[in-house]
Write a protein that binds this ligand. Structure first.
Ligand code: GLA
Length: 700
């Protein structure tokens, strides 16, 4: 990135993209001058690039960076810097620039922070301060980054419950393509990443520029193209009217906007992964194989049933046991009791102690499902404190899954739920919380006045997670929201895992995991082996495909193992053992995706950081369109090194079409990296909805 910090204005990005190497001061100033193109069809007498917070007063005619007013005045601020930009490098090598600026006439100050992580991830945020006059009502503070004209194709994501991260592509349109969230959570239909790239860009080719907002509340992420050729990617929080009102001396800080450039999407992904892996709370111990009780027993909890499940879980190699929904108060189905976070005396007459002891006795950690931001109308909490539930305009919002939202912006509501959770953590040895969030925060007003409350709630939810982790160091939190509805870098500042989807059908998971891991490293994404018949789709799959899909993330089991045959459990145990043997590579490796010519074939893998080992998955997600199976190219290997490739089969041998046995799958084969990456291996004739592995190990 080349950032111009000059003539008193906010920073202007003169280049964001391929590394230009070391440039002299003269080169940099020439580059800046060359960037000042003439607007030959411009209504203005000046021509200039757009600052990262675009200003109308500087010839920008699209969406402004700062919106707001003081009873109608000061709505078009123009910021002049108040001192030199402060540039520094932090101990981890992050380059940081802080710019302070003010619009004295509008009584506004802004502090803009821009950071470039050594892995190439960029992030920006601002703090806006009102310095005088009447209250300043903030409408928006949005950051933007310019992309060049060749970025002519957009990719972003949508989705729904059990079907997250559906990619959508389109040409970069004129005007604004804006993805907006007004549901108070990142969303099952989250934009996830907004990418602009060279037409046809894929995992391994085509330049791509991508942005992501690290925020779990209302937000907008957009691509904007003007008739003069300007193209931007931008994002910011979406504030409701009056949600942020700054009295003199008060400030508000935006969420971070993250951005990455790469040649091919895999390079963009690598920058996000490097960033997350470098965070102070990034897990340093192996991710424990998790047994989750939800699809095994649903609300049918009992000590006997769950100890039996725990025994079988431990037998196949699980290391963590997570008791899902249904353990508290009157919660025998999903109509009641959210908010009453005390152990049910009916289901657990002796408390959770006996189950936890049993789980620990088997050498597993214990984890618990909670949904602290939610409240059932039929709960002691809602009856005692109806004023703590969100209610805009004096009316309560619509129920969703028979539930309402506890407004954590109420200090007493916050303290109540915090104390209940702290009490649980104090009285039980709980290593892990699966933190769910099933209702939208739309129409969310703070009672009694009904003021918009999503922002305060989102910040309070973050604070609550932070307080719990501080009170119990080592506690791990998983972010779940009806599956993958809260997957963003804001919540990932305090969580170490996401539940990617309530759908664990491996066919759907091929796509859901591929795109969830475009942002999050594999070790941060929950991937479970479900029952032979997927509960959400009714499809049936062999264990080789279910496990062969689940081993690629933070592995778990969500299957009633008491209904599995001894042979199935034995095969599952082999997959778990294989995952454990390779989990350092699976979780810490560089994620690579093959650009296979046939949409029916998915190739992806991980390559060790020093490129001496790699593991790939080849999956037939439909019947290959082409006659003859074609070749599978293995991305990411060092072209100059030689690798021995093989087809490891932790469970049964892969199910292939026809009778052909390919000799090298038995004996292995040694080939140079360049051959494996550029020419590839002949593809094995896979049956649809099956997959197999390929390993590659450097040999000298
Ligand atoms: C949500 C979660 C599921 C499960 C249920 C429990 O839907 O995504 O994994 O925990 O709630 O009610």
């Amino acid at each position: 990135m080349v950032l111009e910090l000059a003539d008193g204005s906010l920073p202007v990005v003169r280049h964001w993209g391929t590394d230009l190497g070391e440039l002299s001061t003269d080169d940099l100033s020439a580059l800046t001058t060359a960037g000042r193109v003439a607007f030959f069809d411009s209504p203005f007498d000046v021509a200039d690039a757009v600052p990262v917070l675009p200003e109308h007063a500087r010839a920008w005619i699209g969406r402004p960076g700062v919106e707001g007013s003081r009873a109608g005045r000061h709505w078009s601020p123009v910021f002049r810097t108040t001192g030199p930009a402060l540039a520094s490098t932090t101990p981890d090598g992050t380059q940081r620039v802080v710019v302070r600026a003010a619009d004295v006439a509008a009584y506004l100050e802004i502090e803009l922070e821009i950071e470039l992580h050594p892995g190439g991830l960029l992030r920006l945020r601002s703090t806006l301060t009102s310095t005088g006059g009447e209250d300043y009502v903030v409408g928006a503070v949005r950051h933007t980054l310019p992309v060049p004209e060749q970025a002519d194709e957009l990719l972003d994501f949508t989705g729904r419950h059990t079907y997250e991260r559906i990619p959508q592509r389109q040409p970069f349109p004129a005007g604004v393509h804006s993805r907006e969230v007004r549901t108070g959570r990142t969303g099952l239909d989250a934009v996830h990443l907004l990418c602009a790239g060279e037409p046809g860009f894929e995992a391994r080719h085509g330049q791509v520029w991508a942005v992501h907002l690290g925020w779990s509340g209302n937000q907008q992420t957009y691509a904007e193209r003007l008739h003069n050729g300007a193209r931007l990617l931008g994002s910011g929080e979406a504030l409701e009217h009056g949600e942020v009102r700054l009295s003199p001396g008060q400030s508000c800080t935006t969420p971070w906007m993250y951005a990455a450039h790469g040649t091919g999407l895999d390079e963009v992904t690598a920058r996000f992964h490097a960033w997350l892996r470098s965070r102070p709370h990034a897990p340093t111990r192996p991710r424990p194989v998790t047994l989750n009780t939800w699809e095994a027993v649903y609300f049918g909890q009992s000590l006997e049933r769950l100890t039996e499940l725990a025994d079988l879980g431990a037998e196949v190699g699980a290391e963590r046991f997570v008791l899902d929904d249904g353990w508290f108060d009157g919660r025998r189905d999903d109509t009641t009791s959210l908010g009453d976070w005390t152990v049910s005396p009916d289901v657990w007459p002796d408390g959770l102690g006996p189950l936890i002891d049993h789980v620990h006795g088997l050498g597993m950690e214990f984890g618990l499902w909670v949904e602290p931001e939610m409240v059932s109308q039929d709960s002691d909490l809602a009856r005692a404190h109806p004023e703590w539930l969100f209610a805009a305009g004096g009316r309560r919002g619509l129920d969703s899954r028979q539930q309402q939202v506890l407004d954590l912006g109420h200090p007493d509501a916050y303290a109540h739920v915090r104390d209940q959770l702290l009490d649980l953590l104090r009285t039980h040895e709980i290593a892990y919380l699966k933190w769910d969030h099933n209702r939208y925060l739309n129409d969310a007003g703070h009672a009694p006045g009904g003021e918009a409350g999503v922002r305060a709630h989102t910040l309070a939810a973050y604070r609550l997670m932070d307080e719990l982790v501080a009170a119990q160091p080592g506690l791990e939190i998983e972010s779940c929201a009806g599956g993958g509805g809260r997957v963003d870098l804001g919540v990932m500042e305090r969580c170490v895992r996401v539940w990617a989807s309530d759908c664990i059908d491996p066919l759907e998971r091929q796509q859901i995991q591929r795109w969830t891991m475009a942002l999050l490293p594999p070790g941060w994404v929950g991937t479970h082996v479900g029952s032979p018949r997927a509960h959400t789709t009714g499809r049936r799959h062999d264990l080789s495909f279910r496990a062969g899909t689940a081993i690629w993330g933070h592995l778990g089991i969500e299957w009633d193992l008491t209904s599995a045959s001894p042979e199935e459990r034995e095969e599952l145990a082999s997959w778990v053992a294989f995952h454990k043997a390779h989990r350092a590579l699976l979780h810490e490796g560089v994620v690579v995706n093959g650009d296979h010519h046939d949409e029916a074939v998915r190739v992806h893998g991980v390559v060790s950081p020093d490129r001496d080992r790699a593991l790939y998955s080849v999956a037939a997600v439909a019947r290959p369109h082409t006659t003859g199976p074609g070749r599978v190219r293995l991305p990411g290997l060092d072209p100059a090194r030689r690798y021995r490739v093989g087809v490891p089969s932790p469970g049964a041998t892969p199910v292939l079409e026809g009778r052909g046995v390919v000799p090298w799958t038995r004996e292995g084969l040694v080939l140079p990296g360049v051959v494996l990456t550029e020419v590839g291996l002949p593809m094995l004739p896979l049956l649809p909805e099956h997959s197999h592995l390929i390993s590659a190990e450097e040999t000298r």
